[in-house]
Design a protein around this ligand. Structure first.
Ligand code: MN
Length: 513
């Protein structure tokens, strides 16, 4: 990657003055990194240029691309943040600072296997960086992707360490941001270093299989295309090949039988609008026998990271099992690029929506509310000793569920969340007066976890107030912090140690029942 290639690629996407700035940033970074080399022996500058190229490719705004060019200057060279701010503006400096902080936080992680920083200080740096501007993480992902693709120049122990960290931290992070393609790229690279023998084996098994199924799928595809044309539905059909790592995971789950993996190759149908997705599904089901348990409507009920599509698996007359994924172009862009798809080249405005917004969770789409929640956690770090590493671990990397208010507002919570977690997410005043819960119209116990898709109603009573026992009935750090604040106000914590409080509270509950 050199300067000319990057500028040449960028020129289709940015305004003239933005391209001049890019040129300027490249010159600045080149000078700063003079004399530095990558492990491959190449000049260091190829790395920031490759990162910036990826960010252009993902459709990021110009500030992110500039920060990509400059991302290693403050950490590795004499360049200073003040200088960058003077030359390229506050936003770019802010992003470079965020990336630098994440790197420093990582350096402070003694045990990468447990993948969270050991010290609160480092953790807070990482989270503040993430929470304030998600573009920092997007730059880190581009950075990681390039480092993974040049990993062959590293020592074997280092390769393993970086590959493991990528699989455990960066791939889930990409997934959480809905960036499916990046997640897959990171996983494939990481897996190829962590278990090279298995990777090669699966690659060759896959190749053999695909040869056969591609031919058979071609027949189905032609048939489908002809039928949809008859219905005047405008479509584009592509084959989607399963990644080696997801095949590996599936084989582990199925205990090794590749014959049971139906979706080695799926047919992806891209249509113009939502209605056409359902029309295509209907037509497919009238042509072939669907396997009932494998019909998934991720359009009506998106995956927690925002992924949308219809999935169905059918049996053709000659007993071939074929998976279809049906989606609009917009859904497809989101599935591939996730959050990055919401940053538009010229529209600085839209990217601002994801930037340092201190407002309520509802300003972000449901699948991204966790970002706001992280901001809140980050801002409380250091003042509240009660947020444990485990807590953050769950919030950051655990699976998410969607639940609904009776009005149909969507809320995003970690898997295993309890009704009070929901109540505190809606509003701490509602939570404060929680008396009971109705889930899908039925009375629901305080200690019973919510499920994806639940409709949750908080029944409040004016005279009801937070109880110490609630500390055991919340799982998110958000709810825990709000609850503790309320208990403190009521004088219910700190007068006695929390352990003693819980024991006492348990005892009193037993007496009552
Ligand atoms: Mn870098």
């Amino acid at each position: 990657m050199n300067k000319r290639e990057l500028l040449n690629y960028a020129k289709d996407f940015y305004e003239e003055d933005q391209l001049l700035e890019l040129d300027h940033a490249i010159e600045y970074a080149k000078k700063a990194h003079t004399g530095q080399k990558r492990k491959s022996g190449e000049p260091y500058i190829i790395h920031p240029l490759a990162v910036a190229y990826t960010l252009v490719d993902w459709g990021m705004d110009i500030d992110t691309v500039l920060a990509g060019v400059l991302h290693d200057t403050v950490e590795d060279t004499d360049a200073t943040l003040e200088e960058i701010e003077n030359l390229f503006g506050r936003d770019v400096a802010f992003l470079v600072d965020g990336v630098t902080k994440v790197s420093q936080a990582r350096a402070g992680m003694r045990d990468l296997n447990s993948y969270l920083p050991q010290t609160k200080d480092n953790l807070s740096k990482l989270l503040i960086a993430v929470g304030q501007d998600v573009r920092v993480i997007i730059i880190k992902l581009a950075d990681r992707l390039h480092n993974m693709s040049t990993l062959q120049h590293m020592k074997p122990e280092k390769q393993i360490k970086i590959a493991r960290e990528s699989l455990e931290v960066f791939a889930p992070m990409a997934d959480r941001l809905g960036m499916g393609r990046v997640r897959m790229q990171i996983e494939e690279l990481a897996f190829s270093y962590l278990d090279p023998a298995e990777f090669k084996h699966l690659q060759s098994v896959m190749k053999k299989r695909l040869g056969k199924s591609t031919r058979k799928l071609g027949v189905v595809r032609t048939e489908v295309e002809r039928e949809l044309a008859k219905h005047n539905i405008n479509v584009e059909i592509n084959g989607r090949v399963k990644s080696i790592y997801s095949l590996y995971k599936k084989l582990v789950k199925l205990q090794g039988n590749i014959d049971d993996v139906y979706d080695l190759m799926a047919l992806r149908i891209i249509v113009d609008n939502n209605e056409d997705c359902y029309r295509v599904l209907g037509i497919l089901h009238s042509m072939y026998q669907p396997m009932i348990s494998r019909i998934k409507d991720y359009i009506a009920v998106p995956k927690p990271n925002g992924y949308q599509s219809l999935h169905t698996t059918v049996l053709t007359p000659n007993k071939q099992i074929v998976e279809f994924q049906i989606r609009t172009q917009e859904m497809h862009d989101y599935a591939e690029r996730g959050l990055a798809a919401s940053f538009h080249y010229h529209e600085q405005k839209s990217s601002k929506d994801y930037t340092r917004k201190k407002g309520s969770s509802s300003t972000l789409p449901a699948q991204l509310q966790w970002i706001t929640q992280l901001q809140e956690i980050a801002s409380r770090l250091g003042e509240d000793e009660e947020i444990s590493r485990d807590q953050l671990n769950i919030d950051l990397f655990g699976n998410r569920i969607f639940v609904y208010s009776p009005k149909g507002d969507i809320y995003n919570l970690p898997e295993g969340a309890l009704p009070l977690d929901f109540a505190y997410l809606v509003h701490s005043d509602i939570a404060r007066h929680a008396y009971s819960f109705r889930v899908n119209g039925m009375i629901h116990a305080f200690d019973k976890p919510l499920q994806n898709g639940d409709v949750v109603e908080v029944v409040t009573r004016k005279l009801s107030s937070p109880k110490q026992a609630w500390q055991e009935l919340v799982t998110t750090s958000h709810a825990r912090a709000k609850l503790r604040m309320q208990l403190r106000k009521l004088g219910l914590v700190e007068s006695i140690s929390s352990a003693a409080a819980i024991i006492r509270d348990k005892a009193s509950r037993k007496q009552k029942s």
